[in-house]
Design a protein around this ligand. Structure first.
Ligand SMILES: Nc1ncnc2c1ncn2[C@@H]1O[C@H](COP(=O)(O)OP(=O)(O)O)[C@@H](O)[C@H]1O
Ligand SMILES: [Mg+2]
Length: 363
């Protein structure tokens, strides 16, 4: 078999642009260049696509656009006799066997780019449109988890419209159904962007206003004193769940700064949890991944409440942080799959799944 043409897509309009650059640079460094032709496709913060030959260092530093070769776009309608692929600004075509969208947050992890790649019939790594969008939207995700009977912390949802029309009633509803401290989150974001913790009504209103500056829909949760336990899922026909890891934040909660800027936040792998807890978490992870109809990859995050030992599912990240030292790859490393092999596995699963689904489409 010849080399596989991989479109490594990074950046994007999401608030998690910089996190994507770090993940993608790390993936690019680790990928076997004998096995893959790697086409680097960056998306700027404004949403412009560029094909470039940047180094991983320039990706990480944000200087990758200096290495642009040509503008790029997905060619969703192949001209006759041509394969689909990524079309460049001069009309030439990069023939792509599989895309690896190392993108986090809106536009990357929410089903948008997945839909674009579906239209173009290009195989891609990870969850499809439905699973991506369900896992991205915290409000919709919680509804599915309720339906499946998967435990999660008590919550309320509201919209900007509702809040602007009837602020007092909304605040009263939240206060009568939940107790402080509260966590206020934009429904469609990640990396803790726009999330705040409130101990008082004033802080709640302020937190809601912050969250509404990111999204028109928000989620308010009862804040618990918790340990944060995460597992990695790898699906290749079977759903495999890794050993658990624990994320320990240096801050009051696992904020953006605590996740990416502070040195003191750490991960403990394997997490010090007992076999019963491992078994419950692993079963819930499989059930939740199935419930959203996941594919390929996800990191599933849980809370264990310190006071009660209760286990709650917090969220599914369908394209988790993917630097060599991120939780997802480290969890697989601890479970026996090295970083480079993990990337190979995800790519081969994506290509096999695509071949299978194309076979169905023909019948
Ligand atoms: N209900 C909660 N109780 C306690 N801590 C919480 C709660 N919800 C969120 N957090 C804290 O905020 C962080 C970010 O919340 P999360 O829902 O994971 O959002 P994101 O999708 O941005 O990662 C969590 O890792 C945790 O530290
Ligand atoms: Mg999280």
């Amino acid at each position: 078999m010849g080399k596989i043409n991989v479109g490594l897509i990074f950046g994007s309009k999401s608030g998690e642009h910089d996190v994507s650059l770090k993940s993608a640079a790390s993936v690019y460094r680790a990928m076997d260049k004998e096995k893959y032709n790697i086409y680097l496709i960056g998306i700027t913060k404004e949403g412009r696509w560029a094909y470039c030959n940047c180094s991983p260092e320039s990706m990480e530093s944000g200087d990758w656009l200096d290495y642009e070769i040509k503008g790029a776009k997905i060619n969703i309608i192949p001209s006759s006799g041509r394969r689909t692929g990524i079309e460049l600004s001069d009309g030439s075509l990069l023939e792509i066997d599989v895309c690896l969208p190392v993108l986090h947050g809106p536009y990357g992890e929410d089903g948008s780019i997945q839909g674009l790649l579906e239209m173009a019939e290009i195989p891609y790594v990870g969850c499809k449109v439905l699973a991506s969008s369900l896992a991205m939207d915290k409000a919709m995700f919680k509804k599915i988890m309720v339906f499946e009977g998967i435990p999660q912390v008590d919550y309320e949802c509201t919209t900007k419209n509702e809040f602007e029309r009837n602020k007092d009633a909304i605040v009263e509803r939240i206060e009568s159904n939940l107790t402080y401290p509260l966590f206020i989150k934009p429904a469609n974001l990640g990396s803790s962007v726009g999330i705040s913790k409130a101990d008082t009504r004033d802080e709640l209103i302020e937190g809601m206003e912050i969250a509404f500056s990111f999204d028109k829909k928000i989620v308010i949760e009862k804040g618990l004193d918790v340990r944060e336990i995460e597992v990695a899922v790898l699906e290749d026909g079977d759903i495999k769940v890794s050993a658990p890891g624990e994320a320990i934040s240096c801050a009051d909660f696992y904020s953006y700064d605590a996740k990416y800027l502070a040195k003191e936040s750490e991960t403990i792998i394997p997490a010090n949890v007992n076999p019963d807890q491992i078994s419950i978490i692993s079963d819930l992870a499989k059930k939740a991944f199935k419930a959203i109809d996941g594919n390929g990859i996800s990191r599933i995050d849980f809370f264990i409440e310190n006071e009660t030992g209760n286990i709650y599912l917090n969220e599914i990240n369908t394209m988790p942080g993917f630097t060599k030292s991120s939780m997802y790859p480290k969890l697989w490393e601890a479970t026996g799959i090295a970083y480079t092999d993990l990337i190979d596995k995800l790519i081969s699963v994506a290509m096999e799944n695509h071949a299978k689904s194309s076979a169905y489409a023909c019948c």
